[in-house]
Design a protein. Structure first.
Length: 544
């Protein structure tokens, strides 16, 4: 933002501080000073490779949370050297022993969740229930890969070129040292949650979390080491993204990145130049479709979750809401009422329905999108104002109607608590409108007819689609892949794809009895005729 002393609130609104109530802080609630003590910071940063100093801050007040080590390019190289030295021993550890670390980590996360919930809230500004989504997601991923890793990674027998005479085995070898660049919006789930399958498949990881949310990632590292992960296998580097990020890409054997599409392209180019693999989860402009037969009460409640969880700072949250004309008025009345009733708050306790934005850049984007839309004719149905009375980065959950191009909020990712509502009458048309975006990450369909919901879902060009919910069912079903189409990314997390991407496939073929060459006195022509007959027989016997 430029001059924060000037009003950034749309002039069309009558009440300067909006209407959303403030969730009261419980008596004796913890503060940042209670949670982020010098002893805690010293414990969590002891493994960070960094020769400089930096700091992070809490969005709730803007105050400094902790002083942290800052890594130089030389520090990043050292972290990779440490990880590379430790990785072979870890890879030689039996997979079930590696998986046992994840299962112990699962238990520790649930037992000590209060610690990390405080850190997540302080570093991101999100409400406690939204912070708990991260605890749930990490526990589910740890349990899944702890139970299934051995099956995903086991050697697999395949039919050889000559059945019975050619024995073929597919092995899965770890890539080596994975470079992971994690974002600020989900600092537990999108850091360690993505690292778990890399670890259990035998890799070391050098992670660069966002500095502003580094304490959460460092807490997870500390807990994984307590669960039995060798400390040198998990290295953390901190620093400015444009400085440290390219260095991570420069040294990694595989790159995992979650963030903006613009930066994702740069990461992909850097990885491609070195011919190393990359997975990218990038931006989204996700659509929710409320069909004519939807339960409007449930859809309105679901829209609140889909649009305003973590103050809309979620790649898979809904920013475009298409509602059938026949139910639009009833839906919008209920949705707006629920949105206006959301309690905003900053205490380290349950009770608030939404927290703060994470930084001034996010507040500037949200404010700009809403102000421009209002200036060009959009209607504010709910919200539309900042709430400095609660904290410097609070903004009310906002519903806009009459949004159309060229308003920025129509096509650009806002990544904040703003949703645009559009009415439709034709199902084919709304599917086309939902797909008319460069992004393709997530979508939501609401209908009482499950068959219709599945038919619509199959026509949407997004990596995940949720029927009668916003994002949680698809994301939480970790046996199934999750990721984006089009500009929303490459590769998938979760399921077999989420672990096998951290491995190299190796085929070992053993030829027995006879070679694949002329033998037993055959000349070249006889051998060619023999192989031709054999190929016809294999087709006749339906051998693959």
């Amino acid at each position: 933002m430029t001059d924060t002393t000037e009003s950034t609130q749309p002039q069309a609104l009558a009440t300067p501080l909006g209407t959303n109530p403030v969730a009261p802080a419980p008596a004796g609630a913890r503060t940042a000073a209670d949670v982020v003590t010098p002893e805690v910071v010293a414990q969590l940063t002891r493994g960070v490779v960094g020769s400089g100093r930096t700091a992070n801050h809490t969005p709730f007040t803007g105050e400094r949370l902790a002083e942290l080590p800052e890594s130089t390019p030389e520090d990043v190289a050292e972290a990779f050297a440490r990880a590379r030295a430790a990785q072979p021993v870890w890879a030689a550890t039996p997979v079930r022993a590696r998986a046992a670390v994840l299962l112990r980590f699962h238990d520790l996360v649930l037992e000590r969740q209060a610690e990390v919930l405080d850190l997540i809230q302080l570093e991101t500004g999100k409400a406690r229930l939204h912070a708990h989504e991260e605890v749930q997601a990490v526990a589910v991923a740890a349990r899944h890969y702890g139970r299934r890793a051995a099956a995903y990674l086991r050697p697999r027998r395949h039919t050889g070129v000559v059945p019975t005479l050619t024995k073929v085995t597919e092995l899965r070898q770890p890539r080596g040292v994975v470079g992971q660049i994690a974002p600020w919006n989900y600092p537990l789930e999108l850091s360690v949650g993505d690292a778990l399958p890399a670890f259990v498949s035998g890799n070391a990881v050098v992670m660069k979390p966002d500095t502003e949310t580094a304490l959460t990632a460092l807490w997870a590292r500390d807990l994984l080491i307590e669960a039995g992960l060798p400390a040198e296998v998990f290295q953390v580097v901190l620093g400015d993204g444009p400085v440290v990020g390219p260095e991570v890409v420069k040294h990694a054997d595989y790159v995992s990145f979650t963030g903006s599409t613009r930066t994702g392209r740069e990461v992909a180019q850097g990885a491609a130049a070195r011919l190393v693999g990359v997975s990218l989860e990038l931006g989204g402009k996700n659509a929710m479709l409320v069909l004519h037969d939807a339960d409007v009460e449930k859809a309105a409640a679901g829209a609140v979750r889909a649009c305003f969880s973590s103050a809309g700072q979620l790649c898979i949250s809904i920013e475009r809401l298409y509602v059938h004309e026949s139910v639009a008025d009833a839906f919008l009345e209920r949705f707006a009422a629920r949105t206006r009733a959301m309690r905003l708050g900053s205490s380290l306790a349950y009770g608030a329905d939404m927290g703060s934005l994470v930084g001034e850049r996010q507040l500037e984007t949200v404010t700009r999108h809403v102000e421009e839309a209002v200036a060009k004719g959009a209607t504010v149905v709910a919200g539309g104002v900042a709430r400095p009375d609660i904290g410097p980065l609070f903004y009310e959950p906002t519903i806009l109607e009459n949004v159309q191009e060229p308003m920025a909020v129509c096509t650009e990712e806002t990544f904040g608590p703003v949703v645009s509502v559009y009415r439709f009458t034709d199902e084919d048309e709304v599917i086309e409108r939902a797909n008319a975006t460069a992004y393709g990450l997530n979508a939501s369909v609401w209908t009482k007819d499950g068959r219709r919901g599945h038919a619509v879902a199959a026509r949407l060009r997004t990596g995940t689609v949720n029927i009668n919910e916003g994002y949680a069912p698809a994301y939480g079903s970790v046996q199934s892949p999750m990721g984006g189409m089009k500009d929303s990314g490459l590769g998938r997390r979760h399921g077999s794809e989420g672990i096998l991407k951290y491995t190299e496939a190796q085929t070992v073929a053993q030829q027995r009895v006879i070679p694949l060459a002329p033998a037993f006195g055959m000349d070249d022509e006889q051998y060619a005729a023999f192989m031709s007959r054999s190929l016809r027989l294999m087709k006749a016997f339906r051998l693959r």
